[in-house]
Design a protein around this ligand. Structure first.
Ligand code: FAD
Length: 322
């Protein structure tokens, strides 16, 4: 496990009301890639991040698909390397949550944050990533934090040598199941269809892992526990058969959706709420770009987020100086 101590580096702090050429929302791989690229083009850049730099990369396990790291690299390590690289440049950085983009159609936009501050910028890149989908069920509300989790890496320590379930059948569910198998006793991978939709190597790894038991065409419909979660009720949607399975934890990976908070009603999104851009990462609004997972696109991975961020920054710079 990666245990390097994170060193807090000195970052340039913005002043309330200050003007920037480019403001980036989110310091995941898309945001940090955009910041690095824009700083190299000598833009005055502010990046606003509500949590720690790294985004979902920091919560990934071993990242095997990022070129340049033979043998893979721990997600945390990759996130910290990205941050170090970004910090080699003069980039303003603040830990706040962006709440809104005001006067979005004006040449200079105002970005309002949860601390009550406002920053001004001619161009904005939205790189705010996604958040886990909630099940919106009663049992989820009853057991959140007491057996139901959305972050395998953060909560795995509570389930050492126990039986757990992972809900979902995409890349994230498979990454989570594969990771958990190094710590827990047994994993039920519960998926509503009869096929895993993950990259082939990952899919094969999961299907060949003796600790992972796949339950196809199935949904969790209820849960029971006195104080903490003890068992879940699963229905097979083909034959309506119900089964109770003893598990101490359920990790929900049934999808990830864009956060609505930074999406002005005027920004065009697809049916699922992802921001629509062209190949230059431009949205329908002059001066507003989107990059990374929040964008309407086919492949949501670290390399594609990094690529989006770079393309957005290059085009933002061209737009500023045309
Ligand atoms: C469990 C898991 C494992 C994964 N493993 C891999 C892997 O092995 N390989 C791979 O290629 N991909 C992997 N991925 C996918 C990869 O992590 C994402 O595709 C990538 O991180 C997307 O980058 P991003 O910058 O678009 O968004 P994110 O990484 O989500 O970063 C967005 C950032 O924006 C911040 N933010 C959000 N809203 C606001 C706001 N209002 N104000 C300020 N900041 C805000 C968030 O805090 C976050 O830091 C994994 C994902 C998960 C969940």
């Amino acid at each position: 496990m990666f245990e390097e101590t994170l060193v807090e580096t000195e970052k340039l702090k913005p002043k309330n009301g200050e003007y920037f050429d480019l403001l980036i929302i989110g310091a995941g791989p898309a945001g940090m890639s955009a910041a690095l690229c824009a700083a190299r083009a000598k833009l005055k850049v502010l990046i606003i991040e509500k949590a720690l730099p790294g985004g979902d990369t920091a919560s990934a396990y071993v990242v095997d698909n990022y070129l340049g790291f033979p043998g893979g690299i721990f997600g945390e390590k990759l996130a910290s390397q990205m941050e170090k690289h970004m910090n080699e440049y003069n980039i303003f950085y603040t830990c706040e949550e962006v709440e809104d983009i005001l006067n979005i159609h004006n040449p200079i936009k105002t970005i309002k944050t949860s601390l009550g501050y406002a920053y001004r910028a001619k161009t904005v890149i939205i790189a705010a990533g996604l958040k886990p989908t909630r099940l919106e069920t009663d049992f989820e509300k009853r057991f959140v934090g007491r057996g139901i989790s959305y972050y395998a890496k953060c909560d795995v320590a509570n389930y050492q040598d126990q039986d757990v379930a992972v809900m979902g059948g995409g890349n994230c569910a498979c990454y989570a199941a594969d990771y958990l198998s190094g710590f827990v006793n047994k994993i039920y991978l519960i998926h509503r269809s009869d096929n895993i939709k993950a990259v082939r190597m990952l899919k094969e790894k999961v299907l060949n892992n003796p600790k992972i038991i796949t339950m196809w065409d199935s949904r969790v419909v209820d849960a029971f526990g006195i104080d903490k979660l003890e068992k879940i009720k699963i229905v097979n949607i083909n034959n309506d058969q119900y089964t109770w399975v003893d598990v101490k934890g359920v990790f929900v990976y049934t999808g990830r959706v864009p956060s609505k908070t930074v999406l002005s009603v005027d920004i065009m999104v697809d049916e699922a709420g992802f921001i629509i851009t062209d190949e230059f990462m431009r949205t329908n609004i002059q001066g507003i770009y989107a990059a990374g997972d929040i964008r309407s696109k086919q492949i949501r991975q670290i390399p594609t987020a990094v690529s989006d961020g770079m393309i957005a920054a290059i085009n933002a710079e061209r737009n500023l100086f045309k």
